[in-house]
Design a protein. Structure first.
Lengths: 143, 393
């Protein structure tokens, strides 16, 4: 099965998406952050993709959050990219859609300071108990 | 009945690793589990963007002493994906051989630990004894027993020499016998089956929900294996099978790992046979700006590395995800409803096995009474007796 049918379906369902094909097995999708729950729901529940992990990156435009979905049938990675504003870093959680997101959302929250709205247990995962909660080690301005 | 908390950790008494499980129990029964990690957080993702592409394989190699081939392997593939670098054929085969040798030694290490966990220390000693020759192979090929420093962007550092091949084949042949013996022992022994069957079951839908990977997923009927799904290195050039079981219990996890050892041996043999001659690395000029994903199947599951490059010598961002990050949270489900003793097994993601062949030597009048085949016969007989006694298949 070629990964193409999924690409077409995503385009039909989400007209705002921009798809970039890096290689036949690596696709990158840019989405506004408001639609993240919808696409996570579509990819995980309807299409049976597995959330491999999420990445948070501090860039000039804001904090980029990447959702790496793995389509194991074809060995393809569909990475959904979205940007949250640094002045108000908030985005909806997807941890109630797939439990695979529960830990990594906690990690991005404590290391990059992005709040995941609706996460039931947003407590530190990796840093020590006495780590100051206003210092984010993976931000560019961290000294 | 009131709820109580039993802490396991922060320093695990058996696994000897820093992780903290809070078992919430009612009497003997586990009703909840809280997992605390972070005691071993060393900030690799923070350190990595301060290092060059030459240095990072050495850094990520030290994430884990057992998977010290998987992480650099996935990292160099991520950079090669970003820069669209094609590596020589021979390097692909060498990477595959290394990777499978690592899986063999890792599965045997877990087999030993598993035996230790359920109180069969014989299997611990035996399994680790039979793991040694694999480490010797690593020393022969790479110069190191651990932290092999084999992968680099564009290829591998060391070649497998012609004179290494017969030694490797001989070791594999001996290893195959050993794994065969262990496998028969576990599938035959009624005591082991009674202890492990139906313990810590992770059903398929929960395995998918938690996104578990590797043997944990394959023991729950989720047939995912990066080596088959997204073939890299030489995995698509060799004939081998993915091992899948449906039960999801501790026994199934053990079976997956044991049977995978045979597949690893098959893959290494195929590679040694088909390995072409030629270069082992491609010269790299510079890494252009972009992003790349590298992933491979470590002994415990999919290792994932994401790299964003800027065109300079350093990456902007390097995301690392080890398989246990996905597998450990699934214990929240798999432990609940079982006893505390079962939880200890499930938590350890045990890889249990026991060799029913007791080591014994009987001398009569200065002469050896039982030879090795005799002892095997005796143990098989005893297994049959136990089977009929416990009325098991």
């Amino acid at each position: 099965m070629s990964p193409r049918p999924l690409e077409r379906e995503i385009k039909e369902k989400f007209p705002k998406v921009k798809i970039y094909e890096h290689s036949p097995k690596r696709f990158y999708l840019s989405m506004p952050k408001e639609e993240i729950r919808k696409i996570a729901d579509f990819l995980f529940k309807e299409k049976g993709l597995r959330l491999s992990i999420m990445t948070g990156i501090d860039t000039r435009e804001g904090i980029e959050i990447l959702y790496h979905f793995s389509e194991d049938k074809t060995g393809t990675y569909w990475t959904v990219k979205t940007v949250v504003d640094k002045a108000e870093p908030k985005i909806d959680t997807i941890s109630d859609i797939t439990k695979a997101a529960a830990w990594i959302e906690r990690e991005i929250w404590e290391l990059l300071g992005v709040e995941f709205i609706g996460h039931k247990n947003l407590v530190p995962l990796l840093t020590a108990e006495d780590w100051p909660r206003d210092r984010f080690p993976l931000r560019r301005d961290y000294e | 009945m009131s709820k109580r908390i039993i802490p396991i950790g922060p320093y695990h008494p058996l696994q000897e690793e820093p992780e903290f499980f809070k078992l919430i129990v009612e009497g003997e029964k586990v009703v909840g589990l809280e997992i605390n990690i972070g005691y071993n957080h060393r900030g690799h993702e923070f350190l990595s963007p301060k290092m060059t592409y030459e240095q990072i394989p050495y850094l990520v190699e030290r994430i884990c002493g057992i998977c010290s081939n998987s992480h650099p392997f996935a990292f160099v593939m991520a950079v090669e994906d970003a820069a669209k670098i094609e590596i020589p054929e021979r390097a692909k085969y060498i990477r595959t051989i290394n990777h499978e040798l690592e899986r063999l030694h890792s599965h045997l290490l877990w087999l030993g630990l598993a035996g230790h966990f359920i109180g069969y220390n014989t299997v611990w000693m035996w399994s680790w004894k039979y793991r040694e020759p694999i480490l010797d192979l690593f020393e022969m090929i790479t110069g190191n027993r651990n932290h092999y420093a084999m992968n680099k962007v564009g290829g591998v550092r060391w070649d497998i020499k012609e004179e290494h091949i017969p030694i490797m084949e001989k070791t594999l042949q001996e290893l195959e016998k050993v794994v065969n013996m262990f496998t028969q022992a576990i599938l035959d022994d009624p005591v082991i089956l009674a202890r492990l069957e139906g313990v810590g079951v992770l059903p398929k839908e929960e395995a998918i929900n938690y996104g578990v990977v590797g043997p944990t997923a394959r023991a729950s009927g989720v047939a995912i294996d990066v080596r088959k799904d997204d073939p890299h290195a030489a995995y698509d050039k060799i004939d081998w099978d993915v091992i899948v079981f449906e039960e999801g219990d501790v026994l199934a996890k053990a079976k997956v790992r044991l049977l995978e050892c045979f597949e690893s041996i098959k893959i290494i043999r195929g590679c040694l046979k088909d390995m072409p001659r030629g270069e082992i690395e491609t010269k790299i000029d510079e890494i252009p700006p972009g992003e790349g994903i590298g992933r491979t199947e470590a002994p415990r599951g999919e290792v994932f590395h994401y790299v964003r490059t800027s065109g300079g010598n350093y990456p902007i961002r390097h995301k690392i995800r080890a398989p246990s990050y996905m597998n450990v949270p699934s214990n929240e489900y798999a432990c609940v409803g079982y006893s505390i003793a079962d939880a200890a097994l499930t938590l350890a993601a045990v890889d249990p096995c026991y060799c029913c062949t007791e080591r014994l030597t009987v001398f009569v009048d200065g002469k050896l009474k039982y030879t090795y085949p005799d002892i095997l016969q005796i143990s098989w007989k005893r297994t049959e007796e136990l089977k009929s006694k416990f009325n098991r298949r």
